[in-house]
Design a protein around this ligand. Structure first.
Ligand code: ZN
Length: 376
């Protein structure tokens, strides 16, 4: 029994040794693998991408490239194509679902890495997918050197620039503002009240739209006791009024918030007085007037009937932005705003935006395209 037992022990020992060695090898491989993975994850690659990088034997390549979000996306994508490895690493990343698939298509179309980066930067995943279906466009830069140019507007840019002969920058701005479309036709509906909301002949308010904070305006600041406005704009006007008063200028609000129905009446009144043409040029149709936002005031001077010729006008021009107001329809920008000059019409947009618009001498429309357009 003793001998037998001893033999058994010996074979168990042998087996254990083998298991031990195998275990050490497995643990060794595992540690080696983990070290490899972590050398990649440390560079910002996901675990999934790192695994695929190792299995494709591309670790050395990736280490020389370093951190690269597009490469990371490529190694996580089922559309990964080894042929394009070098291009992936040179194309700027965008958080798009079909990023790699679209990059592959655009490479096949003959676009350069820079062009592909440019395309990806100017649209959503869906926009790029659509754009990738078109024939190759040779002079992308003419429109897409402007950061706010939209891929989805390409045909409209081409048409507008052909029809009007405008330069590229004006073209992109105009089309982004829908100025290639007929006034008042198929407008974008603006439904949320905010001090930076844009309402014009292409962006309208619904019939029941009302500012969130409508208050009546004290007779001290207005030409009659029916005037109302957004509280924030009214308070800003009062600050401006007081500052002007201190310097001897006497401002007054002649017109302020107008409901949809009131704008309808305004249109009818002017139509009866001066005809259709006047209304088209000077009065916004109901839903298309900034007065419905409660943020726009027609300002006058208590000392003069013609505001534009009063000393108050000069003061307001120089100082309104300090209180968050802009002159909304300057004469030199009629083509951009779509409205004839209205020296009396001031719009509250907040101090930050007003200051920028004042300092850069642009319209609110341009400001919108540059900074506020969420569809860009
Ligand atoms: Zn007005």
């Amino acid at each position: 029994m003793k001998r037998k037992k001893f033999r058994l022990k010996k074979s168990v020992e042998k087996k254990l040794k083998i298991i031990g060695v195998v275990l050490i090898i497995i643990i060794g491989i595992f540690i080696f693998y983990q070290v490899q993975i972590s050398s990649l994850t440390k560079l910002g690659y996901s675990k999934e991408a790192a695994r695929n990088i190792l299995f494709q034997f591309k670790k050395e390549y990736v280490l020389t490239v370093g951190e690269n979000k597009t490469l990371n996306a490529a190694f996580m994508s089922s559309d990964y194509n080894e042929k394009y490895l070098d291009q992936y690493s040179k194309i700027d990343y965008q958080n798009h679902k079909n990023l790699i698939k679209n990059i592959n298509t655009l490479i096949k179309k003959g676009y350069s890495n820079d062009n592909i980066s440019m395309i990806l930067a100017h649209g959503s995943d869906k926009d790029v997918t659509e754009f990738a279906k078109r024939d190759k466009i040779n002079y992308l830069e003419e429109f897409y050197s402007f950061p706010y140019a939209k891929l989805s507007n390409y045909d409209r840019y081409v048409d507008y620039s052909n029809e009007t002969g405008e330069d590229d920058e004006t073209t992109v701005l105009a089309v982004n503002l829908d100025m290639d479309k007929e006034n008042y036709k198929d407008p974008e509906i603006v439904s949320e009240f905010s001090t930076d909301m844009l309402v014009n002949k292409h962006r309208s308010l619904k019939k029941d739209f009302e500012p969130d904070d409508l208050v009546s305006i004290d007779l001290k600041y207005a030409s009659d006791d029916t005037q109302e406005g957004s509280r924030i704009a009214v308070n800003a006007f009062i600050s401006m009024y007081k500052a002007a008063k201190k310097e001897g200028f006497d401002l007054v609000i002649n017109s302020s918030y107008r409901s949809y129905e009131e704008q309808e009446e305004t249109c009818d009144t002017y139509r009866d007085l001066y005809g259709d043409n006047y209304v088209t040029n000077f009065v916004a149709l109901p839903g298309f007037s900034e007065h419905q936002t409660g943020l726009a005031f027609d300002i006058g001077s208590r000392n003069s009937n013609v505001f534009a010729e009063s000393p108050e006008y000069d003061w307001v021009q120089e100082n309104a932005h300090k209180y968050g107001f802009i002159q909304r329809f300057p004469s030199k920008y009629e083509a951009v705003t779509g409205f004839r000059a209205e020296p009396w019409h001031y719009r509250y947009v907040g101090k930050k935006i007003a200051k920028y618009i004042y300092e850069h001498d642009i319209t609110f429309e341009e400001y919108y395209v540059l900074f506020l357009d969420k569809n860009a």
